[in-house]
Structure formats: structure tokens, C-alpha cells
Write a protein that binds this ligand. Structure first.
Ligand SMILES: [Mg+2]
Ligand SMILES: [Zn+2]
Length: 183
């Protein structure tokens, strides 16, 4: 039997990279301070590191799914340079008012829907109780809660520091001998 691992679900824009709106060109990506190190910390703690990102720019005709995939490959390469790894990227290309007809759908994957998180939970052996999401919008946290995991709002600053605190809390909650655990 495969042993379960907890997971950290990262929103992308506004959490891993600065959100300038409808980003798809690698040359324009600016990492949030501590973001790559935060992903490495999640890897080193033995958690899955997942990205769940709404990309309605596809539905709006600003860029193609292929552009999203190329950007995620580029991000993976940049993360690898610091020894960090995203285990899976999930994106939602839809929007109910899409310009591009094939993406005009009220889907369950667009956050606050839980679809992307549920897809990842279905594909990987995730210890849900110890998992959490980090987003910069209420809709991120709502998506997490709809999927049965905790959501935390990142309001800027250093992501490595923010994630480090959450990993320590998460570890303590799962360890009865942790002095700060409330058993
Ligand atoms: Mg965001
Ligand atoms: Zn969708």
C-alpha cells in the first residue's frame, strides 16, 4: 500500500508570482519573495506541492492552453534550479462568459469550485487532514473548504516564512508529543 502524504495546494498568481493580470509570458513572471524556497520547504517536509490556478485568460482569448503549459514548464525549470519541484499543476481555462465558445461553461474546476483540488486528490495518495491551501483571494479559501481542506490567505510578504509557519503548525497538529498541540 502506498503511504499517504499531505499536500500544499498553491494558488499561482498572487502567491507564487506577482499578479499583474493574465500572465502567460515567462519573461514577465516575477516570483513572489521566498516563493521558490517555499516550494522547496514543502518538498523537504515530505508534502506534495500542487498548483491550482484559474486561467480565464484562455476563455477570454488572451492566450492558449499551450501558453499556460509552456509557462508551467518554464516555472518548473526555474524551480529545479533551487532544487524545488511542483508535483502537479492544475488550471481551469473556463469562464461562463467566455469569448472562446469551447471554454464557455460554468464548470466546477474554476475556483471557488473544488474541482481542481478534487482532481488532484483523486490522482494522488493525499493525507487530506494534514493538507492545506494557500491563496490570495477568498475564492481560493472557499475552494479549499468545499474540497474539505483548510485554506489560508496569503496577504503578501515572504512566502517561505508564511509556509514555514503553516508547516510547523500542521506538523504539530499531527504529532501528539508536540508541546503546543492541544490534545
Ligand atoms: Mg491568486
Ligand atoms: Zn474550469
Amino acid at each position: 500500500m502506498t503511504s499517504m502524504k499531505p499536500a500544499v495546494f498553491f494558488d499561482r498568481d498572487g502567491v507564487l508570482n506577482e499578479d499583474h493580470g493574465y500572465l502567460f509570458e515567462p519573461g514577465k513572471l516575477q516570483w513572489i519573495e521566498g516563493a521558490r524556497e517555499a516550494v522547496k520547504a514543502v518538498n523537504d517536509a515530505g508534502y506534495f506541492a500542487f498548483v491550482v490556478t484559474n486561467q480565464s485568460g484562455v476563455a477570454r482569448g488572451f492566450y492558449a492552453e499551450r501558453d499556460v503549459e509552456v509557462l508551467h514548464l518554464w516555472m518548473s525549470d526555474e524551480l529545479a534550479k533551487v532544487g524545488a519541484r511542483i508535483d502537479a499543476f492544475e488550471y481551469c481555462p473556463h469562464h461562463p462568459d467566455a469569448v472562446v465558445a469551447q471554454y464557455r461553461v460554468a464548470c466546477v474546476c474554476r475556483k471557488p469550485g473544488p474541482g481542481m483540488i478534487r482532481t488532484l486528490l483523486g490522482r494522488h495518495a493525499v493525507d487530506v487532514a494534514r493538507s492545506f491551501l494557500i491563496g490570495d483571494k477568498a475564492s481560493d479559501v472557499e475552494a479549499a473548504e468545499a474540497a474539505g481542506i483548510r485554506g489560508h490567505l496569503f496577504q503578501g510578504g515572504n512566502l517561505e516564512y508564511f509556509v514555514g509557519q503553516l508547516l510547523r503548525q500542521s506538523g504539530c497538529a499531527a504529532t501528539p508529543d508536540c508541546p503546543s498541540a492541544s490534545f
